[in-house]
Design a protein around this ligand. Structure first.
Ligand SMILES: Cc1cc2nc3c(=O)[nH]c(=O)nc-3n(C[C@H](O)[C@H](O)[C@H](O)COP(=O)(O)OP(=O)(O)OC[C@H]3O[C@@H](n4cnc5c(N)ncnc54)[C@H](O)[C@@H]3O)c2cc1C
Length: 424
């Protein structure tokens, strides 16, 4: 290995950006760091619905340029499409994408961090392109904004929910629960905030909206205690609710047909698809049967110890939540920092401790906050609703943009402290 090991981080959104910057903090100048992403900005996905309700183009405010933060930390950036990983020769093939026609190149690494997120498989849902809507990136966010505010939506029934998630399997993975939907915070959040938007527009409210899930229960990862509060509330507010759909068969002009044989009438169909790994990751010796990257709870591949994964691309990240990726980034950076001699902890480095932290908008300046580890066998289960969670959600974005994704150690616990113990 080079006297200054080269750390290559693939993907520079939530998980990759934070990991690269934390590695610089824990490893200091003992390493050289390069990030690769096809775009030179981070997409701040969780706030897309808020911009849509306020009729703001999310492309305007939710693309955070990160080059200045990487420069500040002396991290190189390559704007390119990652094509292939060869874990035997420790090489990654990429094609620069700033202009078409660039030739393929290769780059070698001493440590590889895979933070490429996933491919959201809308293209596998028949009828989605013509009849579906979603909030998963700024393109789709702006499309639904134009539809809602531009007179396309006529006030008919709305269906909001997820397709079946196929979680990866490997005997080398730690024991983790199995989910049937990749991330159900967003459909729940969008149902609440859309009900408030409909009321404001005089187009009805919760009674127009049906939440659906492929699983036995929506947001199962929130744990039983939170669901015992949430589900009766959903019904009391007047939302429709359809569980056990087993996934989406097709979307058509007037509704959705599910794999359990049922269907749902809807003018507006807001869909979250299967989170699928990128095709070039499937079949690699570091991947599970779907193509998610196998790691232990220090985010390291058991067979190729120089390979790590964080965020949605990692098998253990279930549900697919940015806040889990954030926790993983810190664990990983400490491990590499210690290994290269930049970080000397007194004790051993704690493995990832799973917890779900989710701050959602409910419209009208109110929000919800969930903090739980019950799904993973813990005993924390906190659900709060009111003005404070909304304020924290907005504050989190400001803090994120100011600090370029490097939320200090106290940033997350401080949010937890405020939300766990106060509510306005
Ligand atoms: C509507 C919505 C709301 C959400 N709200 C929350 C929330 O409130 N809290 C929360 O914790 N999570 C939330 N999530 C989930 C969160 O957005 C994801 O968990 C998070 O974005 C995952 O981060 P990541 O960096 O692992 O992957 P991604 O954000 O998907 O980033 C992957 C990066 O890799 C790049 N990339 C991919 N393939 C290639 C390639 N071949 N070559 C080059 N670059 C490539 C992409 O350009 C991208 O920058 C929400 C998700 C949605 C859809």
């Amino acid at each position: 290995m080079d006297s200054q090991p080269h750390i290559l981080v693939l993907g520079t959104n939530f998980a990759g950006l934070t990991t690269a910057r934390y590695i610089r903090e824990y490893a200091g100048e003992k390493v050289r760091i390069t990030c690769i992403d096809r775009k030179p900005y981070l997409t701040f996905i969780p706030n897309i619905p808020l911009e849509v309700w306020n009729n703001n183009n999310p492309e305007q405010s939710l693309h955070m340029g990160f080059i200045k933060f990487l420069d500040r930390d002396n991290i190189d950036f390559i704007q390119a499409e990652v094509r292939q990983i060869d874990v035997e020769s420790k090489q990654v093939e990429y094609t620069p994408v700033e202009r078409l026609g660039s030739a393929a190149e290769e780059i070698s690494y001493d440590y590889l961090v895979i933070a490429l997120g996933n491919r959201l498989a809308f293209d596998e849902i028949e009828g989605f392109g013509k009849y579906g809507h979603t909030f998963s990136d700024t393109y789709y966010g702006d499309k639904v904004r134009r539809y809602l505010h531009g007179g396309g939506y006529k006030g008919g029934p709305v269906a909001i929910g997820s397709d079946l998630f196929v979680q990866g399997k490997s005997e080398k993975l730690p024991d983790i629960p199995v989910a049937e939907a990749a991330c159900e915070g967003p459909p729940v959040e969008i149902s609440f905030s859309m009900a408030s938007w409909l009321e404001k527009k005089g187009l009805g409210g919760a009674e127009n909206i049906t939440m659906f899930t492929p699983a036995e229960v929506i947001a199962e990862d929130a744990g039983e205690q939170i669901l015992e509060q949430l589900l009766p509330m959903v019904k009391e507010m007047g939302f429709g609710y359809q569980a056990n759909t087993k996934g989406i068969k097709r979307i058509y002009e007037d509704g959705i047909e599910f794999r359990d044989g049922s269907s749902l009438e809807a003018e507006l169909k807001i869909i979250f698809p299967n989170w699928k790994p990128h095709a070039f990751l499937k079949g690699l010796p570091i991947s599970d049967d779907q193509g998610f990257i196998v790691t232990d709870l220090h985010m390291r591949n058991p067979d190729y110890p120089e390979v790590f994964a964080v965020g949605d691309a990692a098998s253990v990240t279930v549900p697919k939540l940015g806040s889990l990726g954030h926790l993983e980034a810190e664990v990983l950076a400490k491990v590499i920092g210690k290994e290269v001699g930049g970080y000397e902890p007194k004790d051993s480095i704690d493995p990832l401790k799973f917890k779900l932290i989710c701050m959602g908008d409910m419209g009208d300046h109110k929000g919800f906050y969930m903090h739980t580890d019950e799904w993973w066998g813990g005993d924390t289960s906190i659900l709060k609703m009111g003005y404070t969670p909304h304020m924290l959600k907005m504050g989190f974005k400001t803090m994120y943009y100011t600090l370029g994704g490097k939320i200090p150690g106290w940033g997350m616990p401080m949010s937890e402290l405020i939300a766990d113990h106060t509510v306005v």
